[in-house]
Design a protein around this ligand. Structure first.
Ligand SMILES: [Zn+2]
Ligand SMILES: [Zn+2]
Length: 266
């Protein structure tokens, strides 16, 4: 069984009631709980303290490098260097190849010859950067990725317990309608899927999904349950849910901060 906790689910930016995208996935591993953080959008780092000591996060995975999915790595770094439990261990961060330089720019690289901050290495050396591969072992999980359809290099992420009968989930990241997403979500126990658009014939291609499109992807993939996320603050979540529900023969829920799903394999 794996446990999914919604840390932040507001789409495209933080919202009045939620940080931007961030999801905590946990499962038993070697007599303890392994914690994998999927995305770390604005506001996520502070909210994480509700659910665990962020020092205990074992690995971080970035779906893509848009600001709303990665910028609170800067906050993580501050806590890792300056909080009472500092210094924190160097943790792996999986993402696109340019993740290190992207985050270093976001944090602001020190001027002059200071190669290290007073309290630790510069941010791009603090993390153990790993470029996404089609498949990798991360603690108790086999994690697979495919590129999806978004204006920048972006991945859907499949997290599967590495044991017979283990649970499996897919996080869509940000994407327009994508056959690759249907393929990687094949028969997972939970599909966490973005719906940043309302249904409209003029929605741009290769950007985001409407609720109806998100649900149709889950239906085509034969998933057991759908959780809709990444709704921006200017849309009414219940409207997105109402657009999604008719297109899927199973439970469709809205992500909410603090909501937990215990995902069981079938
Ligand atoms: Zn986004
Ligand atoms: Zn994006």
């Amino acid at each position: 069984m794996m446990k999914l906790t919604i840390v932040g689910c507001s789409g495209s930016l933080s919202g009045p009631d939620s940080p931007a995208s961030s999801y905590l996935v946990q499962a038993p591993y070697q007599d303890r709980t392994f914690s994998l953080l999927l995305d770390c959008g604005p506001g996520a780092m502070g909210a994480l303290y509700r659910y665990l000591d962020p020092r205990e996060i074992d690995a971080i995975a970035l779906s893509h490098l848009h600001a709303d999915h990665c910028l609170d790595l800067c906050g993580y770094y501050v806590a890792a260097c300056y909080s009472p439990s500092a210094p924190w261990p160097r943790r792996p961060v999986y993402g696109p190849a340019n993740a290190a330089s992207r985050i270093a720019q976001a944090y602001e690289v020190p001027r002059g010859d200071s190669s290290a901050s007073e309290h630790g290495p510069p941010i791009d050396e603090h993390f153990d950067w790993r470029i996404w591969q089609p498949s990798q072992r991360i603690g108790p999980f086999t994690v697979r990725t495919v590129q999806v359809d978004h204006p920048v290099e972006a991945y859907a992420i499949r997290v599967e317990e590495d044991k017979p009968g283990g649970a499996a989930m897919v996080y869509s990241g940000d994407t327009g309608p994508s056959e690759a997403l249907v393929q990687i979500a094949n028969r997972v126990d939970l599909l966490l899927v973005e719906s940043a658009f309302l249904d409209h014939p003029d929605n741009p291609d290769g950007m985001h999904l409407s609720g109806a499109q998100a649900a149709a992807i889950g239906q085509a993939a034969g998933v057991a349950a759908i959780v809709i996320t990444h709704i921006p603050p200017w849309y009414e979540p219940d409207r997105v849910l109402a657009e999604a529900t008719p297109h899927f023969d199973g439970p469709v829920s809205l992500a909410k901060p603090g909501a937990v799903w215990d995902i069981v394999g079938r």
